[in-house]
Design a protein. Structure first.
Length: 356
């Protein structure tokens, strides 16, 4: 199990009593909430700051005898994107906004939406289907408590994925000879290109200097991270909306909280899922237009091309299901459930993946 660098240790010491795991004093509760990404550039962080934190404070102070202070520690102040799971486990954060895509080993099973590319681009549908899958497979939730000393509160989406590049292309065979970056498991979506593991905080400089020539991205990220300045091509591929962010609370913190505050925290977290899905959907609608306005050449691949690409990945879902099975989790069943839950909501994959 990896151990994070205590990047925020001196800061935590400096804030003294406010940095206690959580204070459940009758009239004051202090919580530290954090993530590795900055506020406002990704949907799940936009709603973390604009909805989750203020809504939690509002409801607690309106409906209980307690006051609450939530100190937001984002953009790696306490933990990098690869460290939030461990920071919450160790109590450096009380509430962690975890980008699970950066936990391909520790949270492999929870990354199951990524194992089924070309899923629904509808963030609300994807979020509902993922929640139903978690409810059908409690092992997904129990992992956080049994292995990582935290309670899962919510799972939220990333917007519909496409591909931005520094060069024009027509067919995925044109990607051959180029380096394309992404985060973790989604690198397997690329056919022909050389995959490079990276993250959005590094993407601008890496494409500017030629470390790689493309990044798997939502259309919104292409402009919010200013990637349009160094890469003028974006393709709407509809890899799908991916609910692979989680909100968790350290168990020691959770156990110290009054019961009425625990209930409000659970309710706010569920509402945060819905709020984030709405923001993901809006960003998906608006991102392409914003990219065009900023001079990006935007195209959409055809349904036939999507089907051909999905078929080229036909072995990937089953391979990943087996990999999850090998970890002692029911990967095959989890992925079949997710496919079934999407089908119940009217979605059909462009290629019928077989999971055995």
């Amino acid at each position: 199990m990896k151990h994070i660098k205590k990047t925020g240790l001196h800061f935590l010491v400096s804030i003294g009593v406010l940095s206690a795991a959580a204070s459940a004093h009758a009239d004051q509760i202090n919580l530290r909430a954090g993530s590795g990404h900055p506020v406002g550039l990704l949907s799940y962080m936009e709603t973390a700051h604009n909805f989750f934190v203020p809504e939690l404070k509002k409801r607690i102070e309106a409906d209980t005898d307690h006051n609450v202070r939530v100190m937001e520690l984002h953009a790696g102040q306490i933990a990098k994107v690869t460290e939030v799971l461990e920071a919450t486990r160790d109590g450096l954060l009380d509430i962690g906004f975890i980008s699970m895509i950066f936990e391909p080993s520790e949270l492999l099973a929870q990354n199951f939406p990524l194992f089924l590319p070309f899923g629904t681009p509808d963030a609300k549908m994807a979020s509902e289907a993922v929640r139903a899958t978690y409810e059908a497979h409690p092992e997904l939730t129990e992992t956080f408590e049994k292995k990582y000393n935290q309670k899962l509160l919510a799972v939220s989406c990333l917007s519909n994925y496409g591909l931005g590049t520094t060069f024009p292309w027509e067919d995925f065979s044109d990607l051959q000879g180029h380096k394309i970056a992404g985060a973790g498991v989604n690198l397997d979506w690329i056919k022909g290109a050389t995959p490079v593991a990276s993250n959005l905080n590094e993407a601008y400089q890496s494409m500017q200097t030629g470390v790689y020539q493309g990044y798997l991205s939502t259309s919104t990220w292409w402009t919010t991270f200013k990637l349009n300045e160094v890469a003028k091509h974006y393709s709407k591929i509809d890899f799908g909306a991916m609910p692979v962010n989680s909100v968790t609370v350290n168990l020691k913190t959770w156990n110290k909280l009054p019961a009425d505050v625990q209930q409000i925290l659970k309710e706010v977290a569920r509402d945060y899922e819905d709020a984030t899905a709405e923001v993901c959907a809006a960003n998906d609608r608006n991102g392409l237009q914003k990219a065009k306005e900023l001079g990006v050449s935007v195209k959409e691949i055809s349904p036939e091309a999507r089907k051909a690409w999905a078929e080229a990945l036909k072995d990937f879902p089953n391979r990943m299901a087996r990999k999850v099975n090998e970890q002692g989790m029911p990967g095959t069943a989890i992925m079949k459930t997710y496919i079934s839950e999407l089908a119940k909501r009217g979605y059909e994959f462009p290629y019928a993946y077989e999971i055995d």
